[in-house]
Design a protein around this ligand. Sequence first.
Ligand SMILES: [Zn+2]
Length: 137
Amino acid sequence: MDKKLENELFNTYPILFKNAVKPKSERSNFPDPISLYGIQCGDGWYSIIKQYADLIEKTVNSHPKRPNVHATQVKQKWGNLRIYTDKSPEIVYGATLMIQNISEYICESCGECDFNSDRENKVNKGLCSECSPPTNY
Ligand SMILES: [Zn+2]
């Protein structure tokens, strides 16, 4: 993801993305992928990640026990957006599954909705028909 967009997410949602901006000196010997690689998907998913982060931070802030939930990895896998967190209370688990399913219909590159594409048969399953490179085999 574009560094400017990524930093916008990290700065707006400091709880969820705490591990992403942790200084090197505070990292463990086995740092989370997000602290090493940032957000590993295209800019097209910026908006849905933002919606997800917004929901998680509001939920965490209003919860009596304030369970701090931190993203450990955000990436594209098999055409879906995968967000992994260190803790997974029910609301986070539900939101994570939901965003994973929604991402299947949003192009990872351009962000357009693409309900009609048959992504099962594509090499890069995160892309819409317009953004997919043509297959010559
Ligand atoms: Zn596209």
